[in-house]
Design a protein around this ligand. Structure first.
Ligand code: HEM
Length: 491
């Protein structure tokens, strides 16, 4: 009896898998032989380009509409600001994140804001906007960042800079910034301190589990045949087994914190979890999902933006000097700038916006069409098509930024010395429209605080001055091989 049930079950899953593969294949047109699809399938682009995103930039630049279609994976990719506005604002309802996306991240993020559409998204968006807009939470976030800079980031960099001989320690700045960002985001989201950024550079179970879970979830999205990871998940083998183990580590910690917080009371606490506990009182799974989404949204984006910033800055000593002058002028006592002083630093703000134009941490982002449609540039969209906008390519388009689009020029953001924001649909680095990033202001404050604290104190130099980043595939842009630097203390 048991054997025949197992046989029936096996036959059913095999037939179901075969059927899914056929449906998938018929949708994706794997037989397409256009130049783009051939390049995609044979990976011939690697002969000319180091990074996938650079190949897409090249294709989008050469497309008369600024849009391309990778038929073999059913993906329409656009760099056309009119299309971006249409997708993210005008026809927002027709371009949700969609089931294919939420399935990829559902084990890690559950029903968290990042991974849902419709009423659940609306509810969390309203709640989160209220909290993130409050003065109390903003000042808690600011204090958290300054404390981490003062007590951890500067001492760690200073310890590497102390040795004044030629044999100076090489430091992986990307690793340091990720540790910094993880500490800050955990304190802000959960009210707990994982203490990853210590001079001994300790390993943290939680950080490692979180990294692994994000990486494997992102890899699901790149799988040519999604059925393969689904089967691995079903049979609990390979990468899916590792994912499930990593998520167990994350869950143990998250539920433990929620339990403790309930016991000790949360009304007077300022971290995000405690604030949400006031509104979502008795659903621990939902609370866990909401807070883990914030961890994912805020952690790697900020560290990747800072890594890109210091990479560009090391090649632009003039900009570095102008930032130093501004910080010293606005904050002459050389302590840590206040929130108000940061707001007065227009050049610094411009330099940060300019660096994330060229190195956006979210290089491309996708939606899935609910119904057939036509984009403003005439591109035909079929129900179920994946439609992506590409901030990385958009930051490198002459028709958007001019002939000098590849140059790092903070001045393009300034008018009479004052910072001038750009049209968010030309610069969708923080997304735009109804689902624009909720942490934008906080992320910018965080980045400005770090730069204003480090640039006057240290010269941070690439070990290889001609360093050209190579990105590893993932949810956020991450430099392959890290970011090796030497740190020199300034007199
Ligand atoms: C430089 C840093 C950051 C960048 C470039 C950035 C960029 C983005 C982008 C592109 C999205 C849209 C993603 C999608 O829908 O697929 C997004 C959404 C979001 N971001 Fe950020 N982000 C940054 C930092 C932060 C921080 C620090 C927080 C938290 C405090 C945060 C919270 C969120 C949330 C909650 C969403 C979801 C909004 C929604 O779906 O309605 N972000 N961000």
């Amino acid at each position: 009896m048991a054997t025949s049930t197992a046989f029936l079950f096996f036959s059913f899953t095999s037939l179901f898998s075969l059927f899914s593969v056929l449906v998938f294949i018929s949708r994706m047109k794997p037989w397409c032989n256009c130049n783009t699809c051939r390049g995609y399938l044979t990976k011939s682009w690697t002969n000319t380009f180091t990074n996938f995103c650079d190949w897409f930039t090249h294709l989008l630049k050469n497309s008369p509409t600024g849009t391309i279609h990778v038929h073999v994976v059913g993906n329409i990719i656009t760099s056309n600001p009119k299309n971006v506005e249409y997708i993210l604002k005008t026809r927002f309802d027709n371009y949700p994140k969609g089931k294919p996306f939420s399935t990829l991240l559902s084990d890690l993020l559950g029903r968290g804001i990042f991974n849902v559409d419709g009423d659940s998204w609306k509810f969390q968006r309203k709640l989160a906007s209220l909290e993130l807009g409050s003065v109390a939470i903003r000042s808690y976030a600011f204090d958290t960042v300054i404390d981490e800079i003062k007590t951890r980031l500067i001492p760690v960099l200073a310890s590497k800079a102390r040795d004044n001989t030629e044999r100076r320690d090489v430091l992986d700045l990307q690793d340091i910034l990720r540790r910094f960002s993880f500490d800050v985001t955990c304190k802000f989201s959960f009210g707990t301190d994982p203490a990853c950024l210590l001079p001994s550079l300790p390993s943290s179970n939680f950080a490692e589990a979180f990294d692994l879970a994000s990486k494997i979830s992102a890899e699901r999205g790149m799988a040519a045949l999604p059925i393969i990871w689904k089967m691995k998940r079903f049979f609990k083998i390979g990468s899916e087994k590792k994912l499930s183990e990593a998520i167990n580590v994350i869950n143990d910690l998250a539920y433990d914190i929620i339990k403790q917080r309930r016991k000790m009371g949360f009304a007077s606490k300022k971290d995000l979890l405690s604030r949400f506990m006031g509104s979502v009182s008795d659903d621990d799974k939902y609370l866990r999902d909401i807070v883990i989404s914030f961890l994912l949204a805020g952690r790697d984006t900020v560290s990747a933006s800072l890594a890109g910033f210091f990479t560009i800055l090391s090649k632009n000593p003039k900009v570095e000097e102008l930032i130093r002058e501004e910080v010293n002028r606005v904050n002459p006592v050389q302590e840590y700038p206040t929130f108000d002083e940061l707001r007065q630093m227009h050049y610094l703000n411009a330099a940060i916006h300019e660096s994330i134009r060229l190195f956006p941490p979210v290089q491309n982002d996708s939606k899935f069409a609910e119904e057939d449609d036509v984009l403003p540039d005439g591109t035909v969209v079929k129900k179920g098509d994946r439609v992506s906008y590409h901030p990385y390519a958009m930051g490198r388009m002459e028709n958007i930024w001019g002939l000098d689009c590849l140059e790092f020029k903070p001045e393009r953001w300034l008018k009479d010395g004052a910072f001038m924001p750009e049209d968010p649909f030309k610069y969708p680095v923080f997304q735009a429209g109804s689902r624009i990033c909720l942490g934008k202001e906080m992320a910018l404050m965080n980045m400005k605080s770090v730069v204003a604290a480090l640039v006057p104190r240290f010269d941070i130099r690439m070990v290889r001055p001609d360093y050209e980043p190579r990105f590893t595939p993932g949810l956020t842009a991450c430099f392959r091989g890290g970011l090796p630097v030497k740190v020199y203390a300034r007199k």
